[in-house]
Design a binder for this molecule. Structure first.
Ligand SMILES: Nc1ncnc2c1ncn2[C@@H]1O[C@H](COP(=O)(O)OP(=O)(O)O)[C@@H](O)[C@H]1O
Ligand SMILES: [Mg+2]
Length: 255
């Protein structure tokens, strides 16, 4: 895909109760780029994704996808919210096609396309399962599958593995890198896990404490695929150290 350009300029947000969540956020993501945002809890990471998803209007600045202002236009990007929003009363396949329903695409075709993806997402055989019958990892994969099936050039992923244990997480990171590489859509991932960010991204953006702004931007020139063992390599260790240093200085700034 050739589109999927994200642009944020001078982005700021103050909630109705007066809390200032973001100030002067500038960020551009090129088509096909994978960028992660890391930052302390409460610094406004989810707020940025909600603004890009068009479900929250920022109080200052510009926000666009492929040059189009997304304010008040939900659905410009495929968005996975921090809390997985599977509908408990719908079977796995019916959850997976929710996005296509919003697009009013041909239902039979959408279901057929979705079924073909179940295997790729490690969910073969669970097409008709209820969400409560799935493990935590499977539920996260189903929420991701639904996001991937929503045909948009931009993927917004808010801590997609947040609720998983360390081992499952590691498998999921390797696996996400693979599915993403298959069609390389623009991806903006929020995570609090620096290793996860480095294993997945072309670039890692570091935010300060609230009100959040970007205080460091770190290119990740590591070849893909990136096996989990990479985390002990000197180049990886140096990148991680730089990001942790920035996180610490951003924390100090805010206090
Ligand atoms: N609707 C809201 N009204 C007021 N404050 C909010 C609202 N949503 C989030 N916040 C606050 O804004 C700050 C940023 O939130 P969020 O973007 O969720 O942070 P992060 O995802 O980085 O942990 C937090 O202090 C949070 O409590
Ligand atoms: Mg969040």
């Amino acid at each position: 895909m050739s589109d999927g350009h994200i642009a944020l300029a001078g982005l700021g947000h103050r909630f109705d109760n007066g809390l200032v969540a973001l100030r002067e956020v500038d960020l551009a993501v090129a088509p096909g780029e994978f960028v992660s945002i890391v930052g302390p809890s409460g610094c406004g990471k989810s707020t940025i994704l909600r603004i890009l998803a068009g479900v929250l209007a920022p109080s200052a600045g510009q926000v666009s996808i492929d040059g189009v202002d997304v304010r008040g236009r939900p659905g410009s990007a495929a968005y996975m919210a921090q809390k997985d929003l599977l509908l408990p009363w719908r079977r796995a396949i019916d959850n997976a096609v929710l996005g296509s329903e919003l697009d009013r695409t041909d239902e039979a075709a959408a279901r057929e396309r979705a079924l073909a993806w179940f295997e790729r997402f490690g969910l073969a055989g669970f097409e008709r399962a209820w969400p409560h019958e799935l493990s935590g990892g499977m539920r996260q994969r189903l929420a991701l599958l639904r996001t991937f099936l929503f045909r948009r050039d931009v993927l917004l992923l808010d801590e997609p593995f947040g609720a998983l244990d360390a081992i499952t997480r590691q498998d999921m990171v390797t696996w996400l890198a693979e599915v993403w590489a298959a069609d390389r859509r623009t991806a903006l991932l929020v995570t609090h896990d620096v290793e996860e960010a480095l294993l997945l991204s072309d670039r890692v953006e570091v935010m300060s404490g609230r009100p959040g702004t970007i205080i460091d931007s770190v290119a990740v020139p590591l070849e893909r695929p990136r096996p989990a063992e990479l985390v002990t390599e000197p180049e990886f260790v140096a990148l991680r150290a730089r990001i942790l240093r920035s996180l610490r200085s951003g924390h100090a700034l805010a206090h």
